[in-house]
Design a protein around this ligand. Structure first.
Ligand SMILES: Nc1ncnc2c1ncn2[C@@H]1O[C@H](COP(=O)(O)OP(=O)(O)OP(=O)(O)O)[C@@H](O)[C@H]1O
Ligand SMILES: [Mg+2]
Length: 341
């Protein structure tokens, strides 16, 4: 069988500090991500693990309650569990603050209602989660982490997140171009207006030789709004570059030796490759050792061996690593990192 021993996965990923773990629901993404993170930490490499799974399974696996802020699991391991509800609330609160700084105050109740409804619109959680993920991705290197591991949500969802930065970048570009045109028109209008005023009569501000506070504020507000959008665009661009940089980032797909995960992994790889995101490795989880005395387990093992032939044929381009089925769920950093030893 062309399977590589699991401990050599660490060897293969040595050069890449950023690792994304993807795969179908329930195949063992969180277990694999936490095992890698625990192993790096046991080697005294400062590691951050970020989960986007709302079911709190990373906290369960690490025997700790986690949240949106970093929790120190050990001196070398920090963990974050991004809670979509909290992130969406924070995201929309920030959007409201930005709008408030340049919108007509009379409009605010309507705008607030619109934002409240937008929170539950399709894609809102993804967009907010994406921004938060990108922030962690971009900040992790500066924060001194040697490894950052993302335990991502199931495949289709993850893929959309991975290609969103480019889409959002284009969207922000369009918006900025439109706003700039408007600003230009406004400045021409202001110029004409002051020209007219000069030729006809002087207004109160001019009479008293003070600047119009509203006009000044308006351009400030405009600058603020532009700077928020520019910052977001910059963040997505940076994150997109990191994601596509094969010397920085590795994508590891997890699957089990079953028919549906095989089909799903094939689709996931096609989609990833379309976005120029080639996976670095595939982990085959919950494998049953081929020598079994019990008839039931022997049959299960034979069935997996049969599927392994298909898996090897389909994924011959990628290194395959096995994780064997354990007697119990793997919990705690010691047991997790032991999987990789
Ligand atoms: N090799 C293994 N041996 C025994 N149990 C395992 C193994 N891998 C995973 N499990 C168990 O299977 C369940 C699902 O694993 P895990 O939570 O890692 O999957 P996941 O892909 O992250 O799931 P989700 O898509 O829901 O996030 C967990 O209870 C986990 O403890
Ligand atoms: Mg999980």
């Amino acid at each position: 069988m062309a399977l590589h021993p699991l401990h050599t996965l660490v060897e293969q990923l040595k050069a890449q500090p950023i690792i994304f773990i993807g795969g179908k629901g329930g195949v063992g993404k969180t277990t694999t991500a936490a095992a890698l993170a625990s192993y790096y930490a046991s080697q005294q490499q400062k590691t951050l693990i970020v989960s986007t799974d709302p079911a709190h399974s990373l906290g369960d696996v690490l025997n700790t309650q986690l949240n949106n802020a970093k929790t120190a699991i050990s001196p070398y391991l920090d963990a974050i569990e991004l809670n979509p509800d909290v992130i969406v609330d924070e995201h929309f609160a920030q959007v409201e603050r930005t709008i408030k700084s340049y919108a007509n105050p009379d409009m605010m109740p309507k705008i607030r209602e619109h934002l409240r409804l937008s929170k539950s619109a399709p894609g809102a959680q993804e967009a907010a989660m994406l921004e938060s993920m990108c922030q962690h991705l971009v900040e992790a290197a500066d924060a001194g982490y040697e490894n950052i591991i993302f335990d991502t949500a199931p495949t289709g969802h993850t893929l959309r997140l991975l290609v969103l930065p480019e889409m959002m970048g284009a969207w922000t570009d369009g918006l900025l171009a439109q706003q700039r045109r408007q600003a230009k028109l406004r400045s021409v209008a202001t110029h004409l207006d002051s020209h007219n005023q000069k030729s006809s009569q002087t207004n109160d501000y001019q009479k008293n030789n003070v600047a119009n506070p509203f006009a000044a504020k308006k351009s400030d507000r405009w600058e603020q709004a532009v700077s928020v959008l520019e910052k977001r665009k910059q963040l997505f661009r940076q994150a997109g570059l990191l994601l596509h940089d094969r010397t920085q980032t590795a994508i590891v797909l997890v699957m089990t030796a079953d028919v549906l995960p095989l089909a799903e992994t094939k689709r996931a790889i096609e989609q990833l490759e379309e976005s120029k995101l080639t996976p670095a490795a595939i982990v085959i989880n919950q494998l049953i050792a081929p020598t079994q005395s019990d008839e039931f387990w022997l049959r299960r093992a034979e069935r997996q061996q049969h599927l392994m032939q298909d898996i090897e044929k389909n994924f011959s381009k990628y290194p395959l690593y096995p994780i064997y089925l354990q007697q119990t769920d793997v919990r705690g950093t010691e047991a997790l990192s032991a999987l990789l030893e």
